[in-house]
Design a protein around this ligand. Structure first.
Ligand SMILES: [Zn+2]
Length: 427
């Protein structure tokens, strides 16, 4: 087994789900410490510098520059150590299976039903015949999201250790908890991390590259009703739940997650609850274009006003707040465009064309980039994330380690500020 596969399987077997219900503390679950501790030990064993595991289960480390590259800016990498909470995630029993074509049975799920993948559900399997895949045993997710990214980073260090002639600047690594519940690496000390720029490794199939994410806001709509006996309600009662439903009817029905894709944004009614006296609805607004997010905010405010006018009083109140912004606003700036160009060159060096994918969500990078660490997102090579059908193809895992070796070498020279951003972007 290659180094990266050996590490990957070992990390997957450590259950480390985060939990949105305990998101008031970081990490949200104690099990993430087990993963953090294993990583800190592995980093020390490899000889990484400044290895630190803090009380929030953040693991950070540095790797010294190769000879002659000491004065270049530090290149950073960031991955998350938690796994998704939406599926079974403890215990995890990783397996390696040869894909022979057709349907691959992963195992039996906790409901007693067969868990499988096939080219009908994953057309990419078409070119994976004869490949070894890492899967779970069907009773849990695998956790390739994002343990594959973590394993790639450690395998990169192992390669740099074994071959001191490989050129690279000083490297910084951050392994952070609670990404799956939107914590966004908020407690990462960027000064101590010390990276000028870099990458998160938390994406899908080999070659996928993302520097565009949604802009995100959330809107909390509250309705304040007036409850009276239904027998004497005429002309008096104000039903808060009805007010919320009137409001919802005024939002464009076609702009919901279940009807949108690509660059189309949406309103999502995430939660609602209510009685006659009081009701509330939680929405999230998403769009790659901030101007469209602003237009949606305006439309929501106008809808609330209209409902209030109909009632003749301020039945609805609405609070809107921004959550994160599109990475592209930072990464596509001329001074950061090398993040895109170098990724493309490193993929090309391993014979892989890079595919630009606008992410319909955010990454840890969506916050980090605006806090002063511009970072784009690289493939972690996981498929069917957040569920029991998750798998990671070993040839892709190994190819990404080669890609990272090429990528750090591209940062072993000063970066040209102002190179044309993705001038040959294929669209
Ligand atoms: Zn992830």
């Amino acid at each position: 087994m290659s180094d990266v596969v050996d590490r990957f399987v070992r990390y997957c077997a450590v259950a480390s789900q985060s939990n949105p219900l305990t998101s008031d503390r970081v990490p949200s679950t104690d099990c993430q410490f087990a993963m953090a501790q294993m990583l800190a030990d592995d980093l020390r064993e490899l000889g990484a510098l400044d290895v630190r595991l803090d009380q929030h289960a953040y693991v950070t480390a540095h790797w010294p520059a190769s000879e002659g590259c000491e004065n270049l800016p530090t290149l950073g990498f960031c991955c998350h150590i938690d796994t998704a909470w939406q599926s079974w995630g403890d215990p995890v029993h990783p397996q390696i299976r040869r894909y022979e074509g057709g349907r691959l049975v992963i195992g039996t799920g906790r409901d007693g039903r067969e868990v499988w993948v096939s080219p009908e559900t994953n057309p990419q399997l078409g070119h994976m015949v004869g490949w070894d895949l890492v899967t779970s045993d069907g009773t849990s997710l695998l956790g390739g999201d994002d343990k594959a990214g973590v394993a790639m980073c450690l395998a990169l260090l192992s390669r740099l250790k074994d071959d001191p002639t490989l050129p690279h600047p000083r490297l910084a690594f951050a392994f952070v908890p609670d990404e799956e519940i939107g914590h966004g690496a908020a407690l990462l000390d960027l000064e101590e991390f010390g990276a000028a720029w870099g990458y998160t490794i938390d994406g899908g199939p080999l070659g996928e590259f993302c520097y565009e994410t949604f802009n995100a806001a959330e809107a909390l709509v509250r309705a304040h009703g007036l409850s009276v006996h239904t027998g004497t309600a005429k002309g008096v009662m104000i039903n808060a739940s009805e007010a919320i439903m009137r409001f919802h009817q005024l939002l464009p029905a076609s702009e919901r997650p279940e009807y949108t894709e690509g660059y189309e944004g949406f309103y999502f009614l995430e939660r609602m609850e209510g009685s006659c006296e009081e009701a509330l609805a939680d929405y999230i607004i998403r769009d790659h274009d901030q101007a469209k997010v602003e237009a949606r905010k305006q439309l929501m405010r106008a809808a609330a006003n209209l409902v209030n006018q109909q009632y003749g009083s301020e039945v609805l109140t609405i609070e809107i707040r921004d959550q994160y912004h599109n990475l592209a606003d930072v990464v596509a700036l001329p001074e950061n465009a090398h993040l895109i160009d170098n990724a493309r060159k490193a993929f090309a060096a391993i014979g892989q064309e890079m595919a630009y994918v606008p992410m319909r969500g955010g990454t840890d990078g969506s916050q980090l980039s605006f806090r002063g660490f511009p970072c784009a997102n690289l493939s972690a090579c996981y498929y069917n994330a957040h569920g029991v059908r998750e798998f990671v193809p070993i040839p892709e895992l190994e190819a990404m380690v080669d890609m990272l070796v090429r990528l750090v070498a591209l940062y072993a020279v000063p970066q040209d500020a102002g190179c044309a951003p993705c001038s040959d972007r294929g669209e």
